[in-house]
Design a protein. Structure first.
Length: 376
């Protein structure tokens, strides 16, 4: 039986462990920062080894696979060490904190001959899989344009942490754009030809609060009085909103597909977040930020028609609670099949992770503008 070692004890680490168990892999150990937390989680999940030293865990557990489920800024060294051990690597997004380090890990994995998976995994929601099937069948003609709109209205009082810091893998590009770009690439084609965009840090600062250990529970630590003069503040250095334009080559279209991805992390939505695929003969509208809601088709009827999920797609979705967890299970299942030598559809790897990280660096440079102040 294949064995996996997990790095990370929080929501992602526990979710990865469940996903690998669901794929028939033995979870032999878990590593985290805090001994008491590692002890509690490994006992709760029945994981035989727990520790705080990654190198020692690799040596003791001798895993076939490692799963990296910490914030992105803590990915580089553990992945590099795991590759040197000859482990296959599953990593949550972002791959690392920079394009340079992500490219190095991609190169090292290729040289070592290990398999990799990059968890930009919302491409596996049932409606996105349905959209991919419909586009391939010609339901919208040639893909021409894609529109991805989302507004999260995140609280400005969320305590300062990794999500506010570029060096720790924070920012909305790392944690929203990666999923969305993976979705559109999976549906129309993954050859990204060109890209430009604008980013904005409209957070500025966030309160520093002790005791925040779990990303999912951070809202419960928002101070009651943000005007309290005793509060300490941390400065954000990442984007909380962005607008990206891209051109993708599609094997189903003569011309490049135009893509708009617009995300406002701190502003309210008026209507549904959505993803729309427009073509020469029709369109597909998917509700929700990652297109996981109801799918509608505009075709010969010249009206929007809600389409049910085909039964084969219903059956393919892992039977677990939570959209995030379903997608982890789906990707892990494909990754493990590939490691075992079974035939699988292409899935996101370090190739995409490295490419996306380099694109994020380009977008953050924010130097796409043309000065027109002197035009008549």
């Amino acid at each position: 039986m294949l064995k996996v070692l997990i790095f990370g004890t929080g929501f992602a680490g526990q979710g990865h462990a469940d996903a690998f168990r669901g794929a028939g892999v033995e979870v032999v150990g878990m590593v985290g920062r805090t001994p008491s937390v590692v002890s509690d989680v490994t006992e709760k999940m029945g994981i035989p080894y727990g520790g705080t030293n990654w190198q020692e865990a690799l040596t003791a557990c001798k895993p076939d696979i490692v799963s990296i489920a910490t914030p992105g800024g803590a990915h580089f060294d553990p992945i590099k060490e795991a590759i040197a051990f000859g482990c296959h690597v599953y990593v949550d997004k972002p791959m690392t904190h920079s394009g340079e380090t992500a490219a190095e890990l991609y190169r090292l994995a290729q040289e070592r001959g290990v398999k990799t998976a990059y968890s930009a995994s919302f491409r596996y929601t049932p409606s996105v899989l349905h959209a991919k099937q419909l586009v391939a069948e010609g339901a919208i003609g040639e893909p021409a344009e894609i529109e991805c709109i989302s507004h999260f209205n995140l609280e400005r009082g969320i305590p300062f942490g990794w999500s506010h810091r570029a060096e720790d893998g924070g920012g909305r590009l790392n944690n929203n754009f990666t999923h969305t770009l993976s979705i559109v690439s999976s549906v129309v084609g993954d050859k990204i030809l060109s890209i430009c965009g604008d980013v904005r840090d409209d957070m500025g600062r966030a309160p520093i609060v002790d005791g925040v250990h779990n990303f999912l529970t951070r809202r419960s630590f928002i101070p009651e009085d943000l005007n309290d003069p005793e509060l300490k503040w941390g400065e954000s250095d990442v984007e909380w909103s962005y607008t990206v334009l891209a051109k993708l080559e599609s094997p189903m279209a003569k011309q490049p597909v135009s893509v708009l991805i617009k995300h406002g992390g701190l502003v309210p939505r008026f209507d549904d977040d959505h993803i729309v695929f427009y073509g020469t003969k029709g369109a597909l509208y998917l509700k929700n930020v990652y297109g996981s809601g109801q799918l509608y088709h505009w075709g010969e009827s010249k009206s929007w028609e809600a389409l049910p999920l085909p039964q084969d797609l219903v059956d393919s979705v892992p039977d677990v609670e939570g959209e995030t967890e379903q997608c982890w299970h789906y990707l892990v299942r494909e990754f493990v099949k590939d490691i075992r030598g079974e035939e699988v559809e292409p899935y996101p790897t370090f190739r995409e992770g490295s490419q996306y990280q380099q694109i994020i660096d380009l977008l953050r440079a924010n130097d796409n503008w043309t000065d027109v102040t002197d035009l008549a």
